[in-house]
Write a protein that binds this ligand. Structure first.
Ligand code: GLU
Length: 332
């Protein structure tokens, strides 16, 4: 169970059963970090965008810890992330949902897919697929090797879902009409991995529905995952939330900020300045009179002024430390 930060001002304003459809508020948003390390400027911007979009709509904002890929998780990172959210004034509603405790729900979803004949076992290894074509994101487009049955003598340990050769579309609130032909651009994708772990795509579809999420606001690196999640929602009879993908923050070399690209963790001091910069990245530079303001004041201003139309589709380059003052808008 995740520890709640001691200083937390957590209020549980959620109804007892979010997926019951009873007393469902019209807006439930979420932030779903993977605890591979502490939050950095990029993940702060995603957290702030989803928080503000929810609060501006008078909605709930939930947190889900996506610790499904155990080997990639860093011990202690989940607690650090919750403490960082709390320190930055991003107080969530209800309990944190922890994916590593949800295997039963993912297994039930896989059973449903199996019963509907929507998935099949796959014995392909990474090295066997090394020469398969790749999409513009550099991902392998699965060539369908095991679609008609696992070749003799091979052991199938993964499960893949069949995808249709039609365009899957959705209207992103920032990017507009997004379309992807799953068969041509992704291929049948994995829902349970060869190492026994459930795949992110399945877990996210199951959990968004379980938590009653109506609006997803997250980083643009996940834009091309959305049609996969919509396909699973359709197969499992789950509702499709609305989506908005906020621009990524990159380092000077154009790489997404991440643990791999050595993004520095958010500082424990100058939180107001970091938040000011995140708001500027999101097209909402606070007025100069808020220079030096604390997170609570900045978030109150931003919730009152939030307009998702002001968020750009283009990535922003991170600035570290002293450049933050430039993020403020001069007072009229
Ligand atoms: N856990 C994912 C990440 O940290 C985000 C998943 C999501 O928002 O759907 O990149």
């Amino acid at each position: 169970m995740l520890r709640r930060p001691a200083s937390s001002r957590i209020r549980d304003r959620t109804p007892a059963r979010h997926n019951s459809g009873v007393n469902s508020p019209s807006y439930i948003g979420r932030f779903a970090p993977s605890p591979t390390g502490p939050l950095h400027q990029g993940s702060l911007a995603a957290a702030v965008a989803s928080y503000l979009d929810a609060r501006a709509a008078g909605g709930q904002w939930r947190v889900r810890m996506e610790d499904l890929d155990r080997p990639r998780c860093e011990p202690g990172a989940a607690d650090i992330i919750l403490q960082q959210l709390d320190d930055y004034g991003l107080h969530w509603d209800g309990d944190v949902l922890v994916q590593s405790q949800r295997d039963g729900a993912y297994a039930a979803a896989l059973n449903t897919l199996q019963a509907r004949g929507a998935v099949y076992p796959c014995a392909c290894t990474r090295s066997q697929l090394a020469d398969a074509p790749r999409n513009h994101e550099g991902e392998i487009i699965y060539p369908g090797t095991c679609r008609k049955g696992v070749p003799d003598g091979l052991l199938a340990r993964a499960w893949r879902v069949r995808v249709p050769d039609v365009s899957t579309r959705f209207l992103d609130r920032i990017h507009g009409d997004v379309q992807q032909n799953l068969a041509r651009e992704v291929g049948d994708f994995v829902v349970k991995r060869a190492d026994g772990l459930f795949a992110y795509q399945l877990a996210v579809a199951v959990d968004d529905a379980f938590q009653g999420i109506t609006h997803i606001v997250r980083g643009a690196d996940l834009l091309w995952n959305t049609p996969r999640q919509i396909h699973l929602q359709m197969l499992l009879g789950l509702p499709t939330p609305t989506y908005a993908h906020v621009p990524l923050i990159t380092n000077a070399a154009g790489q997404k900020l991440s643990k791999q690209t050595r993004a520095p963790a958010l500082p424990a001091h100058r939180r107001g300045a970091e938040l000011t910069q995140a708001l500027a990245f999101l097209g909402h530079p606070p007025p100069a009179k808020l220079a030096g303001a604390e997170p609570a004041e900045l978030l109150a201003w931003a919730s009152a002024h939030w307009k998702i139309e002001r968020v750009s589709t283009r990535p922003a380059v991170a600035r570290f430390a002293s450049a933050t003052e430039n993020a403020l808008t001069p007072d009229p």
